[in-house]
Design a protein around this ligand. Structure first.
Ligand code: PLP
Length: 399
């Protein structure tokens, strides 16, 4: 019998973490690598959050387990924050605090899916989604949009992919990796269609505050209130408060599902680290100043990266309106000769760029669509300019 189970052996490790690990290793060797791989803000966690955690750590009262679903004060604060930020009205009992948004994704699927249930996965998708669906016994059914529609999947496409086994639609706006923000009418159309066909929606709103050019995040169960009973909203503190390392996310949804997911969590991990929950409480109960500052910095970099990428011949980069990613098509560069090689796909091209230009990008294969690169612009603007310049110079050699 195999040493590792088929279920776990079948997982593709996170490509974004792999790219980031490569960058860290090369930097440790002293190489001047520029990494566009990491999906994390390059700002420190706000002082008042760090202080709250330090104070919590010194207090014995916080040295034990918390209730599995999360600290009651934190669940209250998340319910209040959800109403404040998206208008979605929930009780504290409808919140499950998880180890980051990542665990929220996995637990949501584990709680909703039976073996063989299909999930419509809007692509380009965040690399963790299909693996979580499969781990939970579900079947990801990819529905893909490209740059010609600004990466927005239509209801017609979803309807064409729907079968009797379809149970869930996985929705993520603002999107990782494309930065696309679905307009309100579009969300309404998807929500109504899901309602009509008895489907569930999991909507990942982790980038809710990172929107630009006047774009707005609209929460599906607010736009289509009939869906509130069949929607799980995923969120977390990582991107909004620059708290990726603290590992706090949550699921908000109907009480029966939250209860079931909480019961699962009692065995899965018990609870999220008490101190991290105290830090998250200070974050979500506090102001949004830090995210407004970050947003202004990201917006500036977004403009720079989109204009620089668009200037590279053969690169096509729709303007992202959210998150901190640009997702250009580089299809025109494939199959051409660069420094004696002819990369056939974006996996090979990304490797070539890392080797020859010492710039790390994540190939589109990781997000279900070959022919693209994801650039995270959560890095210093000077590095951003240098990195894209190097990529442009290398691609200019293609013949
Ligand atoms: N959802 C999306 C779309 C993401 O991009 C990420 C992080 O990259 C997460 C959820 C999870 O973030 P975390 O587990 O750090 O809270």
């Amino acid at each position: 019998r195999p040493r590792v189970s088929a279920r776990i052996a079948g997982i593709t490790p996170s490509a974004t973490l792999a790219v980031d690990a490569k960058v860290k290793a090369l930097k440790a060797e002293g190489r001047p690598v520029i990494g566009f791989g990491a999906g994390q803000p390059d700002f420190p966690t706000p002082d008042y959050v760090v202080e709250a955690a330090a104070e919590a750590a010194r207090n014995r009262a916080n040295h034990g387990y918390t209730p599995a679903g999360g600290l009651p004060e934190l669940r209250e604060a998340i319910a209040a924050k959800t109403l404040r930020d998206s208008g979605f009205q929930i009780e504290a009992s409808q919140v499950l605090v998880t180890n980051g948004g990542k665990q929220a994704v996995y637990s949501a699927f584990a709680t909703l899916l039976d073996p063989g249930d299909e999930v419509l996965l809007l692509a380009p998708y965040w690399t963790t989604y299909p693996e979580s669906i499969k781990l939970a016994g579900g079947v990801p059914v990819q529905v893909t949009a490209d740059e010609s529609t600004g990466y927005l999947v239509t209801v017609e496409q979803l309807e064409a992919a729907r079968t009797e086994r379809t149970k869930v639609v996985l929705f993520n706006s603002p999107s990782n990796p494309t930065g696309a923000v679905y307009p309100r009418e579009h969300i309404e159309a998807i929500g109504r269609w899901a309602y009509e066909h008895g489907l569930w929606v999991i909507t990942d709103e982790i980038y809710e505050h990172l929107v630009y050019d006047g774009a707005q995040n609209h929460s599906l169960p607010v736009v289509v209130p009939e869906m509130a009973d069949r929607t799980l909203v995923l969120n977390g503190v990582a991107k909004t408060y620059s708290m990726t390392g603290w590992r706090v996310g949550w699921i908000a949804g109907p009480l029966d599902v939250i209860k079931a997911a909480t019961s699962y969590q009692t065995h899965l991990c018990g609870n999220v680290a008490n101190i991290s929950q105290r830090a998250a409480l200070a974050a979500v109960a506090g102001p949004l100043d830090i995210v407004h500052e970050m947003r202004a910095a990201f917006d500036q970099r977004r403009r720079t990266i989109v204009s620089m990428l668009s200037d590279i011949p053969g690169v096509e980069c729709p303007t992202p309106q959210g998150a901190f990613y640009a997702y250009p098509s580089v299809k025109a560069a494939l199959g051409k000769e660069i420094r004696g090689q002819r990369p056939a796909d974006t996996l090979e091209l990304a490797e070539l760029i890392l080797r020859e230009a010492e710039v790390a990008v994540v190939p589109g294969e990781a997000f279900g669509t070959a022919g693209y690169f994801r650039f995270s612009y959560a890095l210093a603007e000077s590095d951003l300019i240098e990195g894209v310049t190097r990529v442009g110079n290398l691609l200019a050699e293609a013949k």
